[in-house]
Write a protein that binds this ligand. Structure first.
Ligand code: ZN
Length: 240
């Protein structure tokens, strides 16, 4: 049994060759990963044509999983679940006269200090400002580490909220943007996105060369991608 990877209409597919008679295709929750099991001797072109014929079916199922898996809107009330660096915390709101701040307590609570009578939106903003500060203090060491490993240098990196992308890389300006949402995810997901964007400084497009560079620098990148895609998401479609 061997695993290959193919991409059809922008969809990544794991292809397993097995001692079976008929070709099978399945889409798995929660991330909508696609797997084809094909007979050992089946022609690559026939497999590709089979995959193409199934695209509407694949997309329908991926959409369904994405909807089931979507994060419900946060109300910013006591006891609500909020995530930081891959861990779940219970929100605890403390009204006070000082500046807004967030303090993680007992590995269980996210204490959110806000002004008396703060609105939902003000609480949300306070949490996201904290996410931004935390990311900005975590990212420099990771970027420096991976620039060394990959042998590139970015001229600038920043953090911002993006609706549909985990990260972006402008290869001409060597500028990288990371999604603020990554503050909620395990640090290896953040690291994976940093590696992905830095590898773009060697290879602009998602070519085979790009994939082989990813394999060389971060052999477990597929696992990190799987972790990232299996977590609740704020939006339906993500790219990077
Ligand atoms: Zn990319």
């Amino acid at each position: 049994m061997s695993t290959e990877h193919l991409t059809v209409a922008g969809i990544d597919i794991d292809l397993i060759r097995k001692d079976i008679k008929n070709i099978h295709l399945a889409v798995y929750p929660p991330s909508g990963r696609v797997r084809i099991a094909a007979p050992e001797q089946m022609d690559a072109n026939a497999i590709r044509l089979f995959a193409i014929s199934k695209i509407p079916w694949i997309k329908k199922h991926q959409r369904k999983f994405a909807e089931q898996h979507r994060e419900t809107p946060r109300e910013y009330v006591n006891g609500e679940s909020h995530y930081f660096m891959g861990r779940r915390y219970l929100l605890n709101i403390i009204e006070h006269t000082g500046n807004n701040k967030v303090v993680i307590r007992n590995r269980k609570y996210m204490d959110l200090y806000v002004k008396y009578g703060a609105t939902r939106d003000q609480k949300e903003r306070a949490v996201w400002e904290w996410y931004r500060r935390e990311l900005k203090s975590t990212v420099p060491d990771l970027v420096a580490k991976w620039e060394g490993v990959i042998g590139v240098k970015c001229s600038y990196w920043g953090v911002k909220y993006m609706r549909t992308k985990w990260g972006t890389c402008n290869t001409t300006a060597k500028r990288i943007w990371l999604n603020l949402e990554l503050a909620k995810k395990p640090v290896e997901c953040l690291e994976y996105i940093i590696v992905h964007e830095l590898v773009h400084l060697h290879e602009r497009n998602h070519t085979e060369r790009f994939v082989s560079l990813m394999d060389r620098f971060m052999p477990n990148w597929r696992l990190n991608r799987e972790v990232l895609n299996s977590l609740p998401v704020g939006h339906e479609k993500w790219g990077y």
